[in-house]
Write a protein of this length. Sequence first.
Length: 267
Amino acid sequence: MTGLFSIVLSAFIFFGSLVFIFSEKINRSIVAIVGSMLMIGMGKLLGFYSEELAIEAIDFNTLGLLLGMMILVAMLEPTGFFEYLAVLAARASQGKPIRLFILLGIITTVLSMFLDNVTTVVLIAPVTILISEILGVSPLPYLMSEALLSNVGGVATLVGDPPNVLIGSAAGLSFNDFLTYSFPIVIFSWAGAVFLLRNLFKKDLAKRPRRSKAVMKLNPAETLNQPETARRILIVLGAAILFFFGHHTLRIEPSLVALSAAALRPK
């Protein structure tokens, strides 16, 4: 009877925490911490859980990898690098909607393979809206493609999305293993998503922009607030990605690579 009660109680705490998280009435971090405290407290009291089991359940490799990569993204954000890429894509498109659609999709996908996809979209979306206003076209096709393709790109690598890190750590998959199994699927998914979005927004992308030549006046260099800092961070990030490819051979954890790169503080 005690075992059944413990199962029911732990399930109640777990699903109750989910309800509060989904309601968004309380900060999800507070809900998670309070829920874990209740689980450990009641588990200790009734003898079905303990602090030792809670610590064993924590995947420090996952936490370290996420922390290191998020620190790098946080340092890269104020440099204007994301905006620089968006403006560069706008100039390369020469004001042609379908070309801009493809270029922004590629940039978002590639960035999301190695950086947090939510942050990538949040930073590129405002520039996308501005470029759309300059061209005199609807920003909806571009924003939808960025939102969808960022998730597609995030699936490709071990560091592309938090669930990937959890899966890779639990299954013992290296960066190369994850890339080998996921990347081919991502290519087909990306092509399918672009084809679907292209047909869904066919009318919007077929419209001739009223001010197609205006984007050629944009200067990508003006968006870089800290070009030297951006260059240093990109060098460190590139080195980290190379180590990700070889971490299994070198017998080092991806979290060590990410935290080491973040610790360099290339400012």
